[in-house]
Design a binder for this molecule. Sequence first.
Ligand code: NAD
Ligand code: UFG
Length: 338
Amino acid sequence: MAILVTGGAGFIGSHTCVELLNAGFDVVVLDNLSNASEKSLERVKELTGKTVKFYRADILDRDALNNIFDKEDIESVINFAGLKAVGESVRKPWEYYENNIAGTLTLVDVMRQHNCKNIIFSSSATVYGDPVEIPITEKCPKGVCTNPYGWTKSMLEQILTDIQKADNEWNVVLLRYFNPIGAHPSGKMGENPNGIPNNLMPYITQVAVGKLDHLTIFGDDYDTPDGTGVRDYIHVVDLAKGHVKALSKLKPGTGLSIYNLGTGVGYSVLDIVKNFEKANDIKIKYEIGPRRAGDVAACYSDATKAKEELGWEAEFGILEMCRDSWNWQKNNPNGYDD
Ligand code: NAD
Ligand code: UFG
């Protein structure tokens, strides 16, 4: 029996493959490589001494999915495959709804035809919109998303919830990630963004390596301790381990489970800059700019439910997240192209 990891060559997927293999699972990866390099899977092998079976395929491609499910003995699916750039989703909403929603609908249909009804879905804290309570528990109502990417997550949560409600043979785990950063401590795997990064940590590491001149901090007039935006940053290896723990909820009769995966601690943009400088002994040039449209002031989790029910909690602290992000960037200034 194997775990099918869609989007398994990507940032979170590749780290999850390492943790799954280390925990003794057989792993099949499906990825269309639209935002990843197959080299990440070579690194998975280097780190674990084990191989994953790789299919270069698209979750929209029903024939390719049927072929995989016919050939492989898939017990559960972890569905990372999706487009994730917030700004691009505003410019290309059709592409985001098609890829993320139609893709997952196709995947789920092929799964049920092969009687595989166990799925973990990559959701996001973005579904809380501007959260009505902080720290955010899973009981916090979902909010209004500010971009099509966020809506794909929110809608797919609803779709999977309804599918599970209609057929209780399904076991569905919705994992709402907060802000994944860091990289494998070996320096061999990490985030490989295309073009100029949108997210804070890859932007900082590209300033540190000299590819970008300075960081622009998006607003210092929020209602937060230092005026800059507060987020719950989580080390990608901790996040990956959360998926291994979540597999325990894919047992007959478990039904629907929802977990926040965060540390429960909020750091401001300036906190991140200072911790990055301290961890790596590098100065980061920054200036304060206007707020970015769609950003909320503060977003961090109450991580209690995952601790109590999955026995999972984040272990890496902010200095380690900053150290590992930099270690990856400085050893691989061009990502997997080096
Ligand atoms: P990523 O882009 O590195 O990984 C996604 C992978 O899916 C890529 O390897 C890409 O090639 C693949 N892919 C995309 N569309 C596909 C398709 N139609 N068929 C097959 N493969 C396809 O992103 P990531 O950061 O590893 O994110 C993984 C998942 O977690 C995504 O669904 C993302 O939306 C979600 N998520 C990410 C974050 C974050 O900040 N990184 C936060 C919350 C949720
Ligand atoms: N920021 C800057 N300058 C930058 C980039 C970011 O000041 O150049 C600030 C933002 O304003 C925000 C914080 O840094 O206050 C974090 O921003 P990111 O873009 O790194 O992350 P977001 O919280 O905006 O969003 C991320 C993912 C979303 C996901 C969300 C919740 O990009 O996909 O976390 O999981 F939905």
